[in-house]
Design a protein around this ligand. Structure first.
Ligand SMILES: C=C1C[C@]23C[C@@]1(O)CC[C@H]2[C@@]12CCC[C@@](C)(C(=O)O1)[C@H]2[C@@H]3C(=O)O
Ligand SMILES: O=C(O)CCC(=O)C(=O)O
Ligand SMILES: [Fe+2]
Length: 358
């Protein structure tokens, strides 16, 4: 049977009471449970900088060099001329807005189960923090038909069609970006067997995460989505016209990624970091909120087949660069992340070194 990510949390249920979802609209002051300080997240008030993320035109003749440079320095970049129709970006934004504007009781009909992966709820990483995040989310893995039927009994097919079309475009774009990124390291199509006969990564799996950050009465003390790296190969993010995404680099601090109409943001995830034996960093990022406008973001979280062993590519390993990570599947990595969160990479790295010394 074709295995998917759907059962990954069965043995790692995450308990986040749904009562944690506030009625954002009625709050005029930030409740204590939503007030963040550096104690709640070490990087909460880390310095910020006005440097900017590389902005890459995919039709640029030097695109490969630019992508390679962005991947090694930031682990993130913005793209334009990416081939995803702007009409489709409008459609997915419309779907996201329609979903989160539904009354709470309707959204709760499609609530994500504690041991499930798809549906409505707060971000999984909420369980690692004492404070609550000022956001709500909806995760799609596999067919959204059942959940969408619960949300929009009469119009679910229209919304399913948008998701399907969005997935098709994103899958193609992810494959293209993957080859640009890996090509910059000299990795060729023959080096990745699972890319398939026409190197289009047909077996890849993905999740779509829709995020809503409502207007917030005290945005400087709140957190939309706390600092994290994605457990993916890469994530392609579309944000509406409201700023909020920030990425972090040790030597720079936090920078805000401004929404540029029609552009997309690419974040490299932990699995690409493992695959490149640490050459590409997985980027730490978070979402802040504001008091004027609500914000939506739509993330396409792209990874390998969920049961495929991922390990540093042999081409990037030699006597001077020994493998930093052991082999593991995306499912196993997500299970690790469910326990070790932002320490997951160092956890599996130490696991390899203790294995070698024993
Ligand atoms: C495939 C996945 C990555 C993700 C966990 C998930 O099972 C589906 C949701 C994803 C998401 C989106 C928001 C941020 C994040 C850290 C989270 O809590 O849920 C990511 C997860 C991840 O990349 O680890
Ligand atoms: O809302 C954003 O800009 C970030 C979303 C995100 O990081 C995610 O969904 O993984
Ligand atoms: Fe993310």
């Amino acid at each position: 049977m074709h295995s998917t990510l759907s059962d990954v949390f069965i043995s790692h249920p995450i308990h986040i009471p749904l009562s944690n979802l506030p009625d954002f609209t009625s709050l005029r002051h930030l409740p204590d449970s939503y007030t963040w300080t550096p104690k709640d997240d070490l990087l909460f008030s880390a310095s910020s900088s006005d440097e900017s993320l590389p902005f890459i035109d995919l039709s640029d003749p030097h695109v490969a060099t630019r992508v390679g440079h962005a991947c090694t320095t930031w682990g993130a970049f913005q793209i334009t001329n990416h081939g995803v129709p702007s009409r489709l970006l409008d459609d997915i934004e419309f779907l996201t807005g329609s979903l989160f504007r539904l009354p709470v009781h309707r959204k709760l009909k499609a609530a994500r189960r504690e041991d499930g992966i798809s549906g409505y709820g707060v971000a999984r990483i909420a369980s690692f923090f004492n404070k609550q995040m000022w956001s709500e989310g909806f995760t799609v893995i596999g067919s959204p038909l059942d959940d969408f039927h619960k949300l929009w009994p009469k119009q679910h097919l229209k919304y399913c069609k948008i998701i399907q079309e969005y997935e098709e475009h994103m899958q193609k774009l992810a494959a293209k970006l993957m080859w640009l990124a890996l090509g910059s390291l000299g990795v060729e199509e023959k080096d990745i067997e699972w890319a398939g006969p026409i190197s289009d990564f047909q077996g890849a799996q993905a999740a779509i995460q829709l995020n809503h950050y409502p207007i917030c009465p005290e945005p400087d003390r709140a957190m939309g989505l706390a600092a994290h790296t994605d457990s993916t190969l890469m994530t392609i993010l579309y944000q509406n016209n409201t700023a909020g995404l920030q990425v972090f680099r040790d030597d720079v601090g936090w920078i805000t990624v401004p929404p540029v109409p029609g552009s997309l943001v690419v974040n490299l995830g932990d699995l690409l970091h493992i695959l490149t034996n640490g050459i590409f960093p997985s980027v730490l990022h978070r979402a802040r909120v504001n008091h004027l406008r609500s914000r939506f973001s739509m993330a396409y979280l792209w990874g390998p087949p969920s049961d495929l062993m991922i390990s540093p590519l042999p081409k990037l390993v030699d006597p001077l660069h020994s493998p930093l990570y052991p082999s593991l599947t995306w499912k196993q990595y997500l299970a690790t992340k469910a326990t070790h969160f932002n320490q997951s990479l160092s956890f599996i790295r130490n696991y390899l070194s203790s294995d070698q010394t024993s």
